[in-house]
Design a protein around this ligand. Structure first.
Ligand code: GLN
Length: 468
């Protein structure tokens, strides 16, 4: 495994002692972006001049000891987050011409602490995908191997960190979109507890699942960014401050059905059990548990998220903002054509699926049923967490696919989320950290899921395992 770089805290002392400057830091990332971006398709837009100006301004603040907590931390943001005066396109043609009039809470909090936002990162359209191949602006390539996908939907955000084009990225995770690309690219990524980080200014996909999470090489950097972006915000009423101190018993569970799953790549299984040995050496007691709902996770997730998406995406109608068809016959024609031309194939599939499961005749059979199963999964998992501090698993069943390998078969694509969606279905936090490489040299990931609002414990364990 590659050695981890030094965390932001180290850069911070160099900035304060004058050994380096924000300007130098920004320039080195810009150089890397200029060298790689046309090949890897990571940033849809680079805020070059703006970053340089901000760097100079923050260098001045550092000199007088007035710089914020993230001074000089170079961050990239997924194209699903709004940034005032900047374009946000959600990886979609339908928002290609859209500029945001306000900033997402997370973006504003980064700026307030003097982070430098270097650009906006490619992603699957509206966050729908697992390989970044659903972006209207082309796929992102994996920096380890150009023939492999980056993972999705935060593919640009993952490769930007992997290839040192920025220190930290803000991705979004509705079913695994921070953790899966983190795993495919050999970096770390956190999906926070639902309700921990404000969704204000995040272009919604499935509102009861969506979360925003940091991705970085160092878990320490993720921790710092989380502290800045988390917490109460008048703009998102689902937030609450529920930091609890749990009783711990140093017991960790893994799910039998996961490690026995036929799709699990052998090297990943082996690396996972090695990681279990490491945990034992660290003093944890590890037990295998049954989880009878593994097969129900993906159907539950896809019924509910497509239902929410069909409702959320109804606002893109060619009237209020974004793409509008050129010669509509009448209003209905304007709606239809604008949406037909603006949305990609996967987004249309999900809108149709979601509209179907919400339709009067099928509502109870699909939507209501899925909500009930969601509850069962939550109750069962909550019981497990009465006995265990963490539930661990591989982040994904395989390493990164080849470009084009899964695009013909949506079900195969959906299977990629098998181990990550549980955390989203029930709103729990989960971290993916690197777990070595397979025989082809592609990165593998280890997932630590924890109790609600127990990010500190998850990140603490992540740091131990990362040797930070
Ligand atoms: N791959 C999943 C999906 O397509 C997860 C996406 C996400 O987390 N945004 O829905």
């Amino acid at each position: 495994m590659d050695k981890l770089p030094l965390p932001y805290s180290h850069l911070r002392s160099q900035l304060e002692s004058g050994q380096t400057s924000c300007l130098q830091v920004v320039n080195s990332y810009l150089e890397q972006i200029n060298a790689l971006n046309s090949t890897y398709n990571v940033f849809l837009e680079v805020y070059e001049e703006e970053s340089i100006l901000r760097a100079k301004m923050i260098d001045e603040k550092l000199k007088v000891g007035k710089a914020g907590k993230l001074a000089g931390m170079v961050v990239g943001i997924k194209d699903l987050l709004c940034y005032e005066g900047h374009a946000s396109s959600a990886g979609s043609k339908i928002l290609d011409s859209f500029k945001s009039t306000f900033s997402a809470t997370v973006v504003q909090r980064l700026l307030d602490e003097d982070a430098i936002i270097i650009g906006r990162q490619n992603c699957d359209e509206f966050g729908m995908g697992s390989t970044n191949e659903n972006s209207a602006f082309g796929p992102v390539l994996n920096y380890k191997n150009k023939n492999k996908v980056a993972g999705g939907s935060s593919g640009g955000s993952a490769v930007a960190v992997q290839a040192d084009m920025c220190r930290v990225s803000l991705g979004t995770d509705t079913g695994g979109s921070v953790r899966m690309p983190a795993s495919f690219c050999g970096i770390s990524g956190l999906k926070p507890t639902y309700g921990k980080v404000s969704r204000w200014g995040l272009i919604a996909y499935a509102s009861s699942f969506d979360t925003i999470g940091p991705m970085a090489k160092n878990v320490e950097d993720i921790e710092l960014v989380l502290q800045v972006i988390a917490g109460e915000d008048g703009m998102d009423s689902t937030l609450f401050d529920a930091s609890k101190s749990y009783n711990r018993n140093n017991k960790i569970a893994y799910i039998k059905e996961v490690v026995e799953h036929p799709s699990l790549q052998k090297e990943i299984r082996d690396a996972f059990f090695q990681q279990i040995e490491t945990l034992k050496q660290l003093g944890y007691e590890i037990e295998a548990v049954d989880f009878p709902y593994l097969e129900q996770l993906l159907p539950t997730y896809y019924v509910l998220t497509t239902a929410e998406a069909s409702s959320n995406l109804s606002r893109f109608d060619g009237v209020k903002y974004g793409h509008r068809t050129s010669n509509p016959k009448d209003l209905i024609d304007l709606y239809k054509k604008s949406r037909m031309e603006g949305f990609g194939e996967e987004v249309k599939r999900r809108i149709m699926l979601g509209t179907f499961v919400l339709s009067a005749d099928y509502y109870d059979a699909y939507y209501t049923k899925a909500q009930k199963v969601r509850r069962l999964i939550k109750d069962f998992t909550d019981k497990l967490f009465e006995q265990y501090d963490f539930i661990v698993s591989p982040t994904t069943a395989t390493t990164a696919y080849s470009i084009g390998e899964k695009t013909k078969d949506p079900i195969q694509m959906f299977l990629g989320d098998l181990f990550t969606v549980q955390a989203n279905v029930i709103g729990l936090p989960a971290l993916s950290i690197p777990m070595g490489e397979d025989l082809e040299g592609m990165p593998m990931g280890f997932q630590i899921m924890g109790k609600a609002f127990d990010e500190d414990a998850i990140l603490g364990l992540g740091k131990k395992l990362n040797n930070e």
